[in-house]
Design a protein around this ligand. Structure first.
Ligand SMILES: [Zn+2]
Length: 240
């Protein structure tokens, strides 16, 4: 028994250390998406106009996305949805509704797998192409905007994005809506950071976003900003 106890801590740490290092590397990469560490990501527009864009990740979501679309419609606002391929397969009608209501659709991988960042460039490319095929078959448009899952970029992803001619899209305002529990905190994550050209990251899947979207829109307008569609904000063609 003593022998085992002496050995286990060593083997345990040898096993876990690379994992921790990789996590640190991912966190660094995620934080650094704004500084284009691996990929030239667009995280804001260079403009003096008081215009910003809202982006919603991780949908479409059967129970949630319609509620977001309803609020956007009532406010006559065009937004951008970075969709996950396997969720597109589950809710194709939501994609058609987004497109019919003039929202923009971007690629957010097929699986959004936790280990997506460990995939080879070829495997990443296969995911991007599969999701593009799904959207194209629904609305006849080939997406060129891609948002990396978890906002993490690395050399393999850089290769995939470059070879497929995607534009990598980041954000400069992270609402933290998948984490925060209080409305006031959600608003304070967004409002003080708004500036001309801001790209705000939200999620279809966050209940707190659905519950407070109207409040967020009202606050943005009250601060003198107009919400425009992402492609219009950054002036890049979103479909090939
Ligand atoms: Zn995501």
């Amino acid at each position: 028994m003593f022998g085992l106890r002496a050995v286990i801590p060593f083997s345990f740490w040898y096993f876990l250390l690379p994992f921790f290092c990789y996590q640190l590397f991912l966190i660094f990469g995620a934080i650094k998406i704004k500084s284009n560490f691996f990929v030239d990501s667009i995280s804001e527009a260079i403009t003096t106009k008081n215009e910003i864009a809202l982006t919603f990740d991780d949908g479409p979501s059967e129970n949630n996305t319609n509620r977001i679309l309803d609020i956007l419609l009532q406010n006559n606002i065009e937004a951008t949805f970075f969709c996950i391929g396997n969720r597109v397969e589950a809710s194709p009608e939501l994609i058609k509704r987004m497109d019919a209501e003039h929202h923009l659709i971007g690629n957010h991988s097929y699986s959004h797998h936790f280990f997506f960042d460990l995939y080879s460039a070829d495997k990443m490319k296969a995911e991007l192409l599969k999701t593009n095929y799904l959207i194209d078959s629904l609305i006849g448009k080939k997406m060129t905007f891609f948002r990396p899952p978890y906002g993490v970029t690395n050399p393999n992803l850089a290769k995939a994005i470059t070879q497929l001619n995607f534009h990598s899209i980041g954000w400069n305002i992270r609402s933290m809506d998948t984490v925060v529990k209080v409305e006031q905190k959600l608003l304070s994550n967004i409002m003080p950071k708004l500036k001309p050209g801001s790209i705000v990251l939200l999620h279809d899947t966050a209940q707190i976003t659905i519950a407070n979207l109207q409040t967020i829109i009202d606050a943005i307008k009250a601060q003198g900003f107009t919400i425009v569609r992402l492609d219009k904000l950054i002036n890049i063609e979103p479909y090939a």
